[in-house]
Design a protein around this ligand. Structure first.
Ligand SMILES: NC(=O)c1ccc[n+]([C@@H]2O[C@H](COP(=O)([O-])OP(=O)(O)OC[C@H]3O[C@@H](n4cnc5c(N)ncnc54)[C@H](OP(=O)(O)O)[C@@H]3O)[C@@H](O)[C@H]2O)c1
Length: 361
C-alpha cells in the first residue's frame, strides 16, 4: 500500500513536472503512521494463564520517577497513550516504582478504557527489612490487603498478572502462593507469576504447577536463562516476560565511556563504582562488536528482535519514558524475524547461554 502511495505521488510530480513537495512527503508519512496504527503486533500466550498479549509491551519502572533520572508525568502519560495507539496492550509496573507513582499514572491512563490494557504488577519489596530479611507480608490477610492497595493505585478492580517481586525463599513464599491463589478465586487477579532469575526459587514457586508467568532479565548481553530456565518454562507452560532486553539502555548503543548519568539515575554507579565501571566498559566493547550486525535497523531493534526469537518468550517489556522511545522500540515488531545468519553472528559474539547476569535477582 505504501508503495502505491509513493508511486501516486511520483506520478503526480511527473504530471506536474515538478519535484515532490513537502506536502507529498507529509502525505506519505501520515499514511505510513496510519499503516503503523493498523498494524497488528504478533500475539503470544502468557503460559498457563491463557491470556494472549501483543509480544512487545512496555515497562513502566522509569516513569515512577525515582531511579531512572528525571521524568515528566505528562511525557509519561503520552508514552502510555502512544503505546496504546500503536497497538501495545501489555503494561508492566510495580508497587515500588516511584513508591506507587508508576501504578497511579497507569491507573490514570486506564480510566474509562480498562479493557484495552493487560496489566502486570508486582508486590513484595515494600517495607522489606533487608537486614533481617523479613517481608512486610507475613500473613495472607496482609498480602491481600497489599494487593488491594495495588488495585487502588491502578484504579481498577482486577489485575491481569500479579507477580511476586521478592526472591527470598524465606520467610514468606507460602504466604505469597496461598494469598495469590485466594486472590485468583476472588477474581481480583486473573493469574500470578514471579519475577526472578533464580532457577531454584522459580521451581519452588511453581511446585504446585500454578505459576503462570516468569519475569526475567534476558538480552544479548545476558543469555544465562537459555541454559535451564527457558527449557523449564517451555516444559511447564510458564509464559516468559522479558525485562532488560536493552540492558538498561546499553544495547541501544547510545552510551560511551564518557557518558555521565543524570541526577537521581542509579546508573551513575556504572561510572562511580570501579567494579561496575569495568563491567560497563566491557559491555560497551561487546556493543561495538554488535553494531555492524544492525544493518538497516537500529541496535535497539536488533536487541528486541533477538529476545523475541527465543521460543520460550511470550512478551518483551522494554522500558520507555517518552513516546519517542515507545515508537523506536516498537519498530522491531515491523521487521522480519532475525535470520539464521544474524543469530549465528550474535552467537559468535555472545554464545548461547552466555553473557552475564545484569541484575542479581
Ligand atoms: N525485578 C524486577 O521485577 C524488574 C527489574 C528491572 C526491570 N523490571 C521491569 O522491566 C522494565 C524494563 O526495565 P529494564 O531494566 O529491563 O530496562 P531496559 O528495557 O533494558 O532499558 C530501559 C531504559 O533504556 C532507555 N531506552 C529505552 N528505549 C530506548 C531507545 N529506543 N533509545 C534509547 N534509549 C532507550 C530508557 O532509559 P533512558 O532514556 O533514561 O536511558 C529506558 O528506561 C522496567 O520498566 C520494569 O517494568 C523489573
Amino acid at each position: 500500500m505504501i508503495n502505491v502511495l509513493i508511486l501516486n505521488c511520483l506520478k503526480k510530480s511527473q504530471i506536474k513536472k515538478s519535484p515532490l513537495t513537502f506536502f507529498d512527503f507529509k502525505t506519505i508519512l501520515m499514511n505510513m503512521e496510519g499503516i503503523m496504527n493498523n498494524f497488528k503486533i504478533e500475539e503470544r500466550k502468557l503460559g498457563r494463564s491463557g491470556i494472549v498479549v501483543r509480544y512487545i509491551g512496555i515497562g513502566l519502572w522509569g516513569i515512577g520517577g525515582d531511579m531512572w533520572g528525571k521524568t515528566d508525568d505528562n511525557e509519561s502519560l503520552e508514552a502510555i497513550e502512544k503505546a496504546l495507539e500503536l497497538g501495545i496492550n501489555f503494561f508492566d509496573t510495580s508497587d515500588v516504582y516511584g513508591n506507587g507513582h508508576s501504578e497511579e499514572l497507569l491507573g490514570k491512563a486506564m480510566k474509562g478504557r480498562r479493557d484495552r490494557f493487560i496489566v502486570a504488577t508486582k508486590i513484595g519489596w515494600k517495607n522489606f527489612d533487608g537486614d533481617k530479611k523479613v517481608s512486610a507480608y507475613d500473613t495472607i490477610d496482609k498480602l491481600i490487603k497489599g494487593v488491594e492497595e495495588n488495585l487502588k493505585r491502578l484504579n481498577t478492580d482486577y489485575i491481569d498478572i500479579i507477580q511476586n517481586h521478592i526472591n527470598f525463599r524465606e520467610p514468606n513464599m507460602e504466604i505469597f502462593l496461598e494469598g495469590f491463589q485466594k486472590l485468583e478465586k476472588q477474581g481480583k487477579v486473573r493469574a500470578y507469576g514471579v519475577s526472578t532469575s533464580d532457577f531454584e526459587y522459580l521451581k519452588e514457586f511453581n511446585k504446585d504447577e500454578k505459576c503462570a508467568t516468569l519475569q526475567i532479565d534476558y538480552s544479548i548481553l545476558n543469555r544465562t536463562a537459555e541454559k535451564d530456565i527457558f527449557p523449564y518454562c517451555i516444559e511447564h507452560n510458564i509464559g516468559v516476560i522479558v525485562r532488560g532486553a536493552l540492558a538498561m539502555g546499553i544495547l541501544t548503543g547510545k552510551f560511551t565511556k564518557d557518558t555521565q548519568f543524570g541526577e537521581g539515575d542509579f546508573r551513575q554507579n556504572w561510572q562511580k563504582n570501579p567494579e561496575e565501571r569495568e563491567i560497563f566498559y566491557k559491555d560497551l566493547e561487546t556493543v561495538e562488536k554488535l553494531k555492524p550486525l544492525a544493518k538497516n535497523k537500529t541496535l535497539a531493534e536488533l536487541a528486541i528482535q533477538f529476545v523475541l526469537s527465543h521460543p520460550a518468550v511470550s512478551v518483551v517489556i522494554p522500558g520507555a519514558k517518552n513516546k519517542k522511545q515507545v515508537e523506536m522500540n516498537l519498530k522491531a515488531a515491523y521487521l522480519p524475524p532475525l535470520t539464521k545468519e544474524e543469530l549465528e553472528q550474535i552467537n559468535s559474539i555472545v554464545p548461547p547461554g552466555g553473557g552475564r547476569k545484569i541484575w542479581p535477582a
